[in-house]
Design a protein around this ligand. Sequence first.
Ligand SMILES: [Zn+2]
Length: 70
Amino acid sequence: MNNDIRCGHCGRKLAEGRYIHLTIKCPRCRAINHLKAESLTLERPRAPQPGESDGRQSDHSLAGRQASPG
Ligand SMILES: [Zn+2]
């Protein structure tokens, strides 16, 4: 799976392959292209864990508080 790296100015194909950060100068239009990978496995979407609890339990429920006879 090779991605063609093209100049953002003139569209000339500069390189081919994979990259994370790349700064390449176009030999045609002399434009400096700062390329950055769109999405890698560095930022993966947070998957819901099965054993994950919120840890927020309300023991003292003020709503269901009954008035003590007195
Ligand atoms: Zn160019």
